[in-house]
Design a protein around this ligand. Structure first.
Ligand code: FAD
Length: 572
């Protein structure tokens, strides 16, 4: 069958995704290179999709006199199980201070304040200082709305409801030439040639039965990076947030997150018998890091679960009025599902929340493919084995801004490169596959199977036998997808076609999660192996590096601090 027609466009800078990373990159690139053509291409609508918008709790930054960037750095390294790339973590804590000031002073955000006018910072788990800046419990909406307004106010191009499907290399294969898209409104293919491309599609572990990220996030960026031959690091490190709402199987609200600040403020977790259990597992109780709390909950659910198979979150002992005032959004969300957060009990379950793993990259956001940059949740190495709550949006805004600055400089002496036309044809053929399939399998059945495989065998507790089974199951799911036939040839807004594409990405990335989890024979941060429960020697820490074909362990470089050491506390 001849290839469908491809619409072609050129742009100096092409940004994939409009979360914190994508929008910050666009604004910084525009500021540094006002004459450059910049395009933000996004699967949803700009400002209305992705997870930055969903940020509830807040943004970690060392602002208070009693706090310091060194302390924020040490919390990040220790919380990350000594697997972080220390140069990336250092850049995160240093530049978070600049970004939060830019957000308030230049971009129009207002964060909550103390009576003396200083920015209010609240407690988040796993941190030695209360440093989480927030706007009530709807911080992400404040950040994304202001960023989107600023992007709209500038001469920045937009391709909305354009789904990136393949990174296309140059004819000589030495750098990137551009990106192939499907215009979801028409089903038409679009190729955008660019001197610099930013991958900021935001990862997102939506392949698990219970998950928090937005539905537009299906690991497309990571799947494209894998097909381009780029190594991904720390892919076994999938963070489970302890408090996902458990409202039954009939509602998509199940799995959505109840923010960390609830535990930070003193919320209790109770088992099916309504007894508090966390102090039995960790002296920090509910304020232990997410990995510790999720594992404790996993164990407790097996002993004493609630009617829906989870546990309870209790806030009433803090005073219902205070809870209503401090967590307005959370109280309303729970009420929508029939729970009284302020005074009663809410059923919760650990829920897949965030991928610490992603594309290997340097502190200037460059990758192994010249011209391709990465930032935000698509990147790996900043958080190591575990992300601290509040370090996610800091990561996407800090590295988004870095990428914008660096891309603006990069395009000055780079040409637009001719694309590898054969690669475009092959990518189109891969997308067209379900229009020629033969099997009438139900996509919903494939998705349910994927959810179960990942939850049961590649979830909170793993072992060799389960991971081996999972790898075979995932290969079978990929074959089922390849045989699948779409019920209709309609392409405009074909949700089923996009569901198929989503599942292809999710299965491809699930496979490397399982591969990396099988390769790591210890338990660190978010990754727990019941057959290798020890964390191993911290001095010999190594991270997993995985491509489509192989997995290897690479030593962590302790460039700033080694296990057993700490950075001196610095007070300005
Ligand atoms: C419910 C929830 C609450 C959270 N709360 C906090 C918190 O309190 N503090 C914190 O630090 N972090 C929090 N996080 C994590 C935080 O949201 C992420 O760390 C961060 O926002 C990711 O930013 P990003 O720009 O990388 O990706 P996102 O903001 O997710 O943006 C990704 C963008 O890529 C687009 N995209 C995806 N696929 C494609 C494709 N194929 N083609 C084109 N575009 C594509 C999406 O549509 C979206 O626009 C939370 C996450 C969730 C889900």
């Amino acid at each position: 069958m001849p290839n469908p027609r491809v619409r072609e466009l050129d742009s100096d800078i092409l940004i994939l995704g409009s979360g914190g990373a994508g929008l910050f990159a666009a604004l910084h690139a525009h500021k540094a290179a006002p004459q450059a053509s910049i395009t933000v291409a996004v699967k949803g609508l700009l400002g209305k999709c992705g997870c930055t918008r969903m940020v509830q709790g807040g943004y970690n930054v060392a602002l208070a006199r009693e706090d310091s960037i060194e302390r924020h750095f040490m919390d990040t390294i220790v919380g990350g199980g000594w697997l972080c790339d220390q140069e990336l973590a250092w850049k995160l804590v240093v530049l978070a201070v600049e970004r939060i000031k830019e957000l308030e002073n230049e971009l129009g955000c207002f964060f909550d304040r103390n009576p003396d006018g200083t920015i209010h910072q609240k407690a988040f788990a796993g941190q030695t200082f209360d440093r989480t800046v927030h706007k009530g419990d709807l911080t992400g909406i404040e950040i994304i709305n202001r960023l989107a307004e600023q992007v709209w106010a500038r001469n920045i191009g937009r391709l909305e409801e354009h789904r990136a499907v393949e990174l296309i290399k140059s004819e000589d294969q030495k750098s990137i030439s551009g990106v192939l898209f499907i215009d979801m409104r028409t089903g038409e293919y679009v190729f955008v040639r660019a001197k610099a491309v930013l991958l900021a599609t935001g990862g997102g572990p939506t392949m698990y039965k219970y998950h928090t990220p937005s539905g537009d996030k299906t690991c497309d960026g990571l799947a494209m990076a894998l097909r381009a031959g780029l190594p991904l690091r720390d892919m076994e490190m999938v963070q489970f947030h302890p408090t996902g709402l458990l409202a039954g199987t009939h509602t998509r609200m199940t799995g959505t997150v109840l923010e960390e600040g609830l535990r930070g403020a003193g919320g209790y977790l109770l088992n099916g018998a309504k007894e508090r259990f966390m102090p039995r597992y960790d002296p920090k109780g509910e304020r232990a890091t997410r990995d510790v709390v999720s594992r404790a909950m996993f164990a407790e659910i097996k002993k004493s679960a609630t009617p829906h198979g989870g546990l309870y979150l209790a806030m009433g002992h803090l005073g219902p009025e205070k809870v209503r005032k401090d967590f307005k959004g959370m109280v309303e969300r729970c009420a929508d599902c029939g729970f009284d957060l302020a005074g009663g009990l809410v059923e919760v379950v650990p829920t897949a929340h965030y991928m610490m793993g992603g594309v290997e990259f340097a502190a200037d956001c460059t990758t192994a493919l010249p011209g391709l940059f990465v930032a935000g949740e698509d990147s790996g190495g900043v958080h190591g084995a575990n992300r601290l709550g509040g370090n996610g949006v800091a990561n996407s805004t800090v590295f988004g801004a870095v990428a914008g600055d660096v891309m603006a400089a990069w395009i000055k002496d780079q040409p637009l490169r001719e694309a590898d036309r054969a690669a475009i044809s092959m990518a189109i053929a891969a997308c067209e596959r379900p229009f020629q399939g033969t099997s009438k399998t139900n996509l919903e059945a494939i998705r349910e199977k994927l959810y179960d495989v990942m939850w049961e065998k590649v979830g909170i507790v793993r072992d060799a036998a389960g991971l081996l089974e999972a790898q075979a199951d995932l290969n079978a799911l990929d074959r089922a997808l390849d045989a699948y036939s779409l019920p209709s040839a309609e392409r405009a807004f074909s949700l089923t076609w996009h569901d198929w594409l989503n599942l292809k990405s999710q299965v491809a990335v699930s496979r490397v999660i399982a591969t990396a989890a099988a390769a790591r024979r210890d338990s660190r941060g978010a990754h727990f192996r019941s057959d290798f429960p020890d964390c191993g020697a911290l001095e010999q820490s190594a991270f997993t590096s995985v491509t489509q074909d192989k997995v290897s362990m690479k030593p962590v470089a302790f460039t700033r601090v080694a296990p057993g050491q700490t950075l001196l506390r610095h007070v300005a």
